[in-house]
Each structure stands twice: as C-alpha cells, then as structure tokens.
Design a protein around this ligand. Structure first.
Ligand code: SF4
Length: 336
C-alpha cells in the first residue's frame, strides 16, 4: 500500500469511536509509560558532525557546549550499569554523526551483545555510509537505518542541509539498495527520511516515483516533521492544550555517559534535564534522581511547560501521539 493511502487509512481508523482508544491503550501498554527505568535509550557516539543542517542544533553557533567521541571503554562502563532486561529499544542518535566515530562498529557490536533482543535504530546523514558499513550494520542486526536525505531535489538539499551532496547521496543510497536487494542476508530496514515541513506531499510523491526504487519491507521512505529543539531553531509557541511529553522517557546518553532526560535537553545542554551519569551509577538510580522525579511529576501534573522554559518553547511534545488518559477524579495527577 502506498504511503499516502496508508496515512488516509490511519486517519479514518483513528476517528472511528473506540478504535482510537484501543490503539492508544495498545501504544500505552507497549510504551509502558509508568515503568521506570524506561525501556528506550539513545546513545551518542559522536557529537561532531560533517554537516551544519539548518534544522539542527549543529547549525546554531555556540549551542553545543562541548564536543567529543564516545570510546569503547566509556561504552563498557555504561553497559555495566544497565540491566539488559529493562531495555527494549536502542537508538544511535545524539546530535552528531555516528560514522565519524572510528569505533562505531565496535560500540554497535557491544550494544548488540548486551541487548540481543532489543530493537536497534541508527540515524545518519548518509555521507559516510557505504556498503561495507551497511554490511556491519546487517551483521549486528540493526533494525532500522534512517538516512536523512531530507530534500526532494538538489536546490532544496542545499537550502536545508547547507551543503551540495544531493546527487552523490542519492547515487550512494541507490547503489546500497541495489546491492542489498540482491543480497540473501536481509534484516535491516533502510529508511530514507524526507522532511514534510519543507517538501509538499506532491513533491514527496513525485520524488519517490522518480527515485524508481519500489518500496518494500526493507526499503521505505519516511516523511518527518522537524523539531524546533526547544526554540533553538525557530520559535513555536502554541496555545493548544498539551498532553504529557513521552520524549521524557527516551533518554539521550552523551559521549561521556551523562544522561539527559530527553534529546532536546541534551541539545541545549540544559542542566535541569541532566539526570545522571551512567559511567558512575546504575540506570535505576538515574531514574530516582531529584531532577528526573521533578520533571516526571510535572509531566503527569500537566505542568511541564509551566515549570521548564525549554518545554514551553519546544514543539516536540506532539511528535509522539498522546498515550495518556485524563484523570476523571478531583484528586491525584492530571494524567494517568
Ligand atoms: S517538551 Fe521538549 S524539552 Fe520538554 S520534555 Fe518534551 S522534548 Fe523535552
């Protein structure tokens, strides 16, 4: 089924009474919002990047206070402090480009060994991705690799990503897909990310058609809106009533092992969002810290944006649908 048909079907289904509630209940159960420590974790292997895209904190002068690469010793200490039974999904994200780290494959192997059943996803701008790297990704059974192509043509790419790599990147992605499609070893889903905020639905459909690669289980296109990174990139204040932000339970572990409660807190190096250090303390303890408990309570009381300036300026809270229910009783937290 084509993406736009899937989106229309989802919109119709969501509006059928009870179906929306059933989907919410299923998501809520899967995300286990009350289970702490959370089942998701993101690791930053590099806070350096080879691009300065317009939508990324890397493009904002002075936004990223310190930069570095994670090494295998640091990752070893971090992994010792995490009980594998808690982790269901791992992201290789952060605010830099993973493939700039020469030890990325070793670190990925360590993570896969520690969490054999976890869903692993990686994000890359794709500039350094080649088939040899893709084979390491396959060997480590990475579930999804998302390549931020972002734009549907060269001019838009230069405008968004502020560099002239579009033609090489498209040729590189196609070469990987062609080899991958004829390879017997299939596991990883290669996802080509386009930004729906700056490319229209028609432009995206037209690009996918001209790309002349048929979508299947292992190769997909993904249209993503972009975050304002807590006001770092563009201002976004809204009067809309908010529901709790699920990003608060998807921590970003920086290259030193410090844990930020969410990626936006990390990108802003906001000390209010710094909840622990996994090279020094167990994962469970990080989620008993005063900073985390304060943020969690504010989230459940519906006061996150009132108590944290970063949240007030941030548009990321609605990038994940609401999985909470409003408390019908006049006591307890606002959200359950
Ligand atoms: S609203 Fe933004 S800054 Fe606040 S917890 Fe969510 S993602 Fe983080």
């Amino acid at each position: 089924m084509k993406k736009q048909h899937r989106d229309i079907a989802k919109r119709i289904l969501r509006n059928i009474p009870f179906f929306g509630a059933a989907v919410k209940a299923m998501h809520r159960a899967q995300r286990r919002p009350f289970k702490l420590p959370p089942g998701s974790i993101c690791f930053e292997t590099s806070s350096f990047c080879n691009l300065k895209c317009s939508y990324c904190p890397q493009s904002v002068e002075g936004a990223i206070k310190e930069k570095g690469m994670m090494n295998r010793e640091t990752m070893g200490r971090i992994l010792e402090n995490i009980d594998a039974k808690h982790i269901r999904s791992v992201g290789f994200t952060g605010i830099g480009e993973t493939f700039l780290n020469k030890e990325w494959a070793v670190i990925l192997g360590m993570v896969r060994k520690k969490f054999p059943a976890a869903i692993i996803s990686m994000n890359t701008n794709g500039i350094l991705l080649d088939y040899a790297k893709f084979e390491s990704i396959l060997e480590n059974k990475v579930d999804t690799v998302s390549v931020s192509l972002n734009a549907v043509n060269k001019e838009r790419y230069i405008q968004i990503n502020r560099a002239d790599h579009f033609d090489d990147l498209v040729a590189g992605i196609k070469a990987i897909i062609q080899r991958y499609q004829s390879s017997p070893a299939k596991f990883t889903r290669l996802q080509i990310q386009l930004l729906d905020t700056v490319n229209s639905d028609e432009e995206i459909s037209d690009f996918i058609r001209k790309f002349s690669i048929t979508e299947n289980r292992y190769v997909t296109f993904y249209a993503n809106p972009y975050s304002n990174w807590g006001g770092l990139i563009f201002e976004k204040k809204t009067k809309e009533e908010r529901y709790p932000c699920t990003h608060l339970y998807i921590p970003d572990v920086n290259y030193r092992g410090e844990v930020y409660a969410c990626g936006v807190g990390h990108a802003n190096s906001d000390s209010e969002f710094l909840i622990g250090d996994l090279t020094k303390e167990p994962h469970e303890k990080v989620y008993q810290s005063a900073n985390f408990m304060r943020l969690h309570e504010a989230n459940m009381k519906g006061r996150l944006e009132m108590e944290n300036k970063l949240c007030a300026d941030c548009n990321s809270w609605n990038r994940i649908g609401n999985i909470y229910f409003k408390n019908p009783f006049p006591f307890g937290s606002k959200w359950l």
